[in-house]
Design a protein around this ligand. Structure first.
Ligand code: NAG
Ligand code: NAG
Length: 290
């Protein structure tokens, strides 16, 4: 093994730690081996680094020299989302002074939904929306459930990891939670909502959904908890509570953005080091990903 590949694996391990917000731990070098597996996804080639027990496996996909796979997201969506969350404060300077609070609010919320549907690109958005078109026919629901699961696994599961990372894209899970609610599978619906809210505590769709689920389950404790997590309304009496909600969620989202930025930087380093590595070791020097 080249010395550079050992350091790559350590970088990958650190990367895995960042993704999980765990303590900064470097595994001993002798425990590390490098595996590179290539598999063609519809968005490009996936390079997979991992140590022996796959604990810190990550994946990177490179399309037009832009990395999009695994834990990688285009940070501009999250940046825009943070701007929009802050504009849920009716007094925010970027809101249109000629509109009523309610009109401003509706604009912001509709743009948030646009992001939630579209943050994995127009093709994936189209896939999600076309699944939804068959929802009107209950005989299709099992089929629809399966299609949501496929999309979730594809977009939120990294190679070698069993845990889903809904931060990649919560919307298919949110659609699934809604479907499970319609199907009367309330506990499963609640579990999905909780996972969504762990990834995006400001997802007002999931927040109102989970309250409906808890009410149906006669789960008073849950209903109270999630009503309190909800976005306070625009009335004067709720104004300061609403500002506090905005402040708290901007803070959480900003923390996520910082993590995403440092992950992206590390992914970039790995991919640069990897391209050198592959070029220097590849026999036919014609890897499909180049
Ligand atoms: C706003 O929320 C408060 C607290 O939940 C509630 O008492 C009040 O009726 C609501 N106002 C409007 C206009 O919905
Ligand atoms: C492999 O390809 C790269 C770039 O395409 C080139 O710079 C390098 O010289 C090639 N190496 C060999 C051994 O052909």
């Amino acid at each position: 093994m080249h010395s550079s590949s050992s350091s790559l694996v350590i970088v990958a391990a650190v990367m895995g730690c960042i993704a999980r917000s765990c303590a900064f731990v470097l595994a001993p070098k002798h425990l590390m081996t490098k595996k590179v597996s290539e598999s063609i996804h519809d968005h490009g080639t996936v390079l997979w680094l991992s140590n022996d027990d796959d604990d810190d496996a990550i994946d990177i996909s490179i399309t037009d020299n832009k990395m999009m796979g695994g834990g990688i997201r285009d940070k501009s969506f999250l940046e825009r989302e943070i701007e929009l969350i802050s504009r849920l404060d009716p007094d925010h300077a970027d809101n249109n002074a000629e509109y009523s609070d309610l009109q401003n609010q509706e604009l912001v919320v509709s743009e948030l939904w646009t992001i939630w549907y579209g943050e994995r690109g127009p093709l994936n958005e189209q896939r999600l929306r076309s699944i939804e078109e068959t929802l009107g026919d209950p005989s299709q629901w099992e089929n629809v459930e399966q299609k949501y699961m496929e999309l979730i696994n594809e977009q939120c599961k990294s190679d070698g990891e069993s845990k889903l990372n809904l931060c990649n894209w919560v919307e298919p899970a949110n659609r699934l939670a809604t479907l499970l609610y319609l199907m009367g599978r309330l506990k499963e619906s609640k579990t999905w909502c909780e996972a969504i809210l762990e990834a995006k505590p400001w997802h007002i769709g999931a927040l109102s959904g989970i309250v409906m689920v808890c009410v149906q389950l006669r789960d008073e404790e849950g209903a109270t908890k999630y009503i309190q997590m909800g976005l306070p309304n625009l009335s004067m009496e709720m104004r300061s509570a609403r500002k506090a909600w905005v402040e708290k969620n901007v803070e959480i989202a900003t923390e996520q953005l910082l993590q995403l930025q440092s992950s992206n930087e590390i992914y970039e380093k790995i991919s640069k080091a990897f391209s050198k590595e592959i070029v220097s070791t590849d026999d036919d020097n014609s890897s499909s990903w180049q």
